[in-house]
Design a protein around this ligand. Structure first.
Ligand SMILES: Nc1ncnc2c1ncn2[C@@H]1O[C@H](COP(=O)(O)OP(=O)(O)O)[C@@H](O)[C@H]1O
Ligand SMILES: N[C@@H](CC(=O)OP(=O)(O)O)C(=O)O
Length: 470
């Protein structure tokens, strides 16, 4: 059995949903898959806008946005479902969710306070709506399926906005609720990204979390593979939106994929890999629009990784925008122990994760998400030394398992970046990445130069594939 996850871009229009239906129907010829869907592209952002507008008292704006969410899904139903009866049935189903969304919007406006818990409730409607429409369309297309509210299976802790599953309960629920249906040949359609606490409060796994849902289900079902279907030909040598000549990577290791995801490659959620590694399940990243192209296989199987298909010094270049550099300078650091622990204590207290770090005798530079830089944080760091902030920077990281054994890579990286102003340099402890920090305005130039250096036609044609249709 296989888990197929389709992202927001794969269910963002009637045409995309039709393509997904075709891909699921094809898969069903061999065995019934578990289909995990995200919200339609742009809807989660809109739900967050609705929540923010309601929380800040702008009820009219919030209601107008709810109207847009309603219209979007009604249009989808109109385009996808022909039978009048089925149309009415699915409209009635989504109206239940839309009415709850309206009530929630009004309630939040009245109390004038938006908590993480209510934000998760807002966000959950995206996946509930997309899967309701999709399941009806799939049934109409003759692929009989069962829609499941994932909140009856994915039971999580109560860290709203970043919930994690209670594995034993989820494993049991998956075996009792989902597995028998799949074994009987019924396609199961459910939501990624969302879950519920034991007491039934809706939670989310964090933005982009549908990949993680799919990987967890893959592990709980001991599936043959986990398929992440998206809008590009697998994991590529860099984000094709930055370098259109980027090539598809055929095979990569779990550690390379995890590192790339953590360092910003949006194509995979950073936590996707762990459940797959635990159960040694191969992960495929595939293009919804080109189901016959190979995409990327992520595995640790030495046979599949052997030979030139896994060669190449650098595997991919990841970019993380919207970062900030914090420079903390203090003479107290000189020859004194305990400074670093005091410094990290501040980040611990604020619940902020530090991305890159480089130190000297008297200063520490580190990067964090620009969005988490706040007055109280700067004040707390200010107690340790003089603080300087550089906003709107990006980390650019070169990743590949073979970097570990290679000489001269740093020279090639810095030579190709000689015309770019480097704000920071760092090598990951895993030794499979080297990262630099640049101004956001220099990202294009930096990534294009690095891509040219490491993926010029002649050196990588045998290892990487041009995306289908190019
Ligand atoms: N190394 C990379 N390989 C492939 N895509 C990447 C990479 N880095 C960033 N991306 C971006 O990730 C996007 C897919 O992620 P996302 O938009 O979250 O898709 P989905 O809606 O399927 O979840 C691609 O369109 C691409 O622009
Ligand atoms: N809809 C959620 C979850 C998700 O994983 O979406 P996507 O697969 O489109 O990245 C989000 O936008 O964060």
């Amino acid at each position: 059995m296989v888990v197929m996850k389709f992202g927001g871009t794969s269910v963002g229009s009637a045409a995309a949903m039709r393509q997904v239906i075709a891909n699921v129907a094809e898969k069903k010829k061999s065995s019934a898959p578990l289909v995990v869907l995200s919200a339609c592209s742009g809807i989660t952002n809109k739900l967050i806008q609705i929540a923010d507008a309601a929380g800040s008292g702008c009820l009219e704006e919030a209601q107008q946005l709810v109207g847009e969410v309603r219209q979007f899904h009604l249009d989808l139903i109109g385009e996808l479902i022909e039978s009048e009866e089925l149309q009415q049935e699915v409209i009635a189903k989504i109206e239940v969710y839309l009415t709850r969304l309206e009530r929630l919007t009004e309630g939040i406006e009245i109390v004038g306070e938006l908590t993480e818990r209510s934000k998760d409730r807002f966000c959950s409607f995206g996946e509930l709506l997309s899967t309701s429409v999709f399941a009806a369309a799939l049934n109409e297309a003759g692929v009989s399926c069962k829609w499941i509210d994932v909140r009856t299976v994915m039971i999580t802790d109560d860290r709203f906005g970043f919930a994690r599953p209670l594995a034993e309960i989820c494993q049991k629920n998956t075996s009792e609720i989902i597995k028998p249906l799949l074994d009987a040949g019924t396609v199961v359609v459910t939501q990624g990204y969302i879950g519920a606490t034991e007491s039934g409060r809706t939670t989310t796994l964090g933005r982009g979390g549908s990949d993680l849902s799919a990987a967890l289900f893959g592990a709980w079902l001991h599936s043959e593979s986990i398929e992440i279907w998206t809008d590009v030909d697998g994991v590529m040598t860099t984000d094709p939106r930055i370098v259109p000549e980027a090539k598809s990577i055929r095979v990569m290791t779990f550690s390379e994929a995890a590192e790339l995801a953590y360092l910003g490659a949006k194509v995979l959620h950073p936590d996707t890999i762990a459940p797959a590694v635990q159960k040694n399940i191969p992960v495929y990243v595939l293009n919804t629009w080109h189901p016959d192209s190979k995409g990327t296989l992520i595995t640790n199987d030495p046979e599949l990784l052997a030979g030139k298909s896994h060669g190449g010094l650098v595997k991919s270049i990841a970019v993380k925008k919207a970062q900030a550099i914090l420079n903390i300078r203090s003479n107290r650091m000189f020859g004194r122990h305990g400074f670093m622990s005091e410094l990290f204590d501040v980040f611990e207290r604020f619940g902020i994760s530090v991305e890159m770090i480089s130190t000297s005798e008297v200063s520490v530079s580190l990067t964090v998400d620009d969005a988490v830089v706040s007055e109280p944080l700067i004040k707390a760091l200010g107690a340790l030394g003089e603080v300087e902030i550089e906003h709107k920077v990006a980390t650019v990281s070169v990743v590949g398992d073979n970097l570990r054994m290679s000489k001269g890579v740093a020279g090639r990286i810095f030579n190709s970046l000689r015309n770019v102003n480097l704000r920071m340099i760092s090598q990951g402890a895993s030794e499979i990445n080297v990262g630099v920090v640049v101004d956001e305005s220099d990202v294009q130039a930096a990534v294009a130069s690095l891509h040219c250096e490491f993926f010029a036609e002649s050196q990588c044609d045998a290892i990487f594939e041009k995306p289908a249709g190019s």
